[in-house]
Design a protein around this ligand. Structure first.
Ligand SMILES: [Zn+2]
Ligand SMILES: [Zn+2]
Ligand SMILES: [Zn+2]
Length: 281
């Protein structure tokens, strides 16, 4: 099983339909248009900017947006900059009410432990990959928003979402459980789940033709779209019983558990399904 366990190619995570921050920072060009180079200083997004400076920059940026040509590179850059300035201002305000906010240099906290996650504050950088908060599913604007990543399972979230984290660290869950779910999609049915998401427990809207509930092929449980992003992974039970390596839709919790265990020698295939060896080379 060495090859399979070491292979992460089938563990994919798809972008989410976000409920907030639909425009990710990668949707527009990262480069500052040369025509705006002289403006950049006035609109500077520096870490030390005060509320007043940010408000001024926001107004200046709004005017420039209105003056710019529709669909131009300048407008795209300015709109993104405007969003970043507003998010920065929002963070400034949130930091005033929250002593642990990382913006507060003297009291801000860079390491947090929540539900088994060892969360480390990430540097404010323009990222080349889109990131989404594992809690609220909103885009993480890495250049302005304080955000954390778990050292053990890569769970990431906004600072503002830390207090509401529901999902246990995949590393802890996998270690406590000790082995994979070995039954193929052990479904108990949506009614047995009382029509609630298996993770966050929100009621799932059900109507006859359409259901928001998403089934996780690994656990057999149903999840809401915030806890199941339509990501797919190779499911161990399907490999053991059917040598089926087709990636299946799984919840984010399952995806993270399968990821942290992908290099652990958990499956004794010879013992679990000896017949497989005569059928598969
Ligand atoms: Zn969030
Ligand atoms: Zn974690
Ligand atoms: Zn949910």
């Amino acid at each position: 099983m060495g090859d399979l366990n070491g292979d992460n190619r089938h563990l994919t995570s798809s972008p989410v339909s976000t409920t907030s921050g639909n425009l990710s920072s990668e949707d527009v060009d990262n480069f500052l248009p040369t025509s705006l180079a002289s403006e950049e200083l006035k609109l500077a997004l520096n870490k030390e900017a005060t509320d007043d400076e940010l408000l001024k920059a926001i107004n200046r940026c709004k005017n420039l947006v209105l003056e710019s040509d529709q669909c131009s590179v300048e407008r795209k850059w300015l709109v993104r900059h405007l969003i970043e300035l507003r998010l920065r201002l929002q963070e400034c305000k949130e930091a005033m009410d929250d002593p642990q906010h990382p913006r507060n240099k003297s009291s801000g906290v860079s390491k947090r432990t929540v539900r088994g996650h060892h969360l480390t504050l990430q540097p404010l950088l323009r990222s080349t990959t889109s990131r989404y908060c594992d809690h609220c599913t909103g885009a993480i604007w890495c250049v302005v928003q304080a955000w954390y990543e778990c050292d053990d399972c890569s769970y990431c979230c906004h600072h503002k979402c830390i207090a509401s984290i529901i999902r246990e660290c995949a590393h802890v869950v996998a270690s406590e459980r000790g082995n994979y779910e070995l039954e193929i999609c052990p479904e108990i049915g949506l009614s047995s789940q009382k029509y609630l998401c298996a993770e966050c427990k929100i009621p799932m809207p059900i109507n006859r033709e359409w259901s928001e509930a998403r089934k996780c092929d690994y656990t057999g449980l149903y999840f809401c779209s915030a806890c199941h992003w339509g990501s797919s992974a190779v499911v161990p039970a399907r490999v053991i019983h059917n040598w089926d390596l087709t990636p299946q839709p799984v919840s984010q919790a399952s995806l993270q558990q399968l990821r942290v265990t992908s290099r652990r020698p958990l499956i004794n295939l010879e013992q679990l399904n000896p017949k497989l060896f005569s059928l598969v080379h």
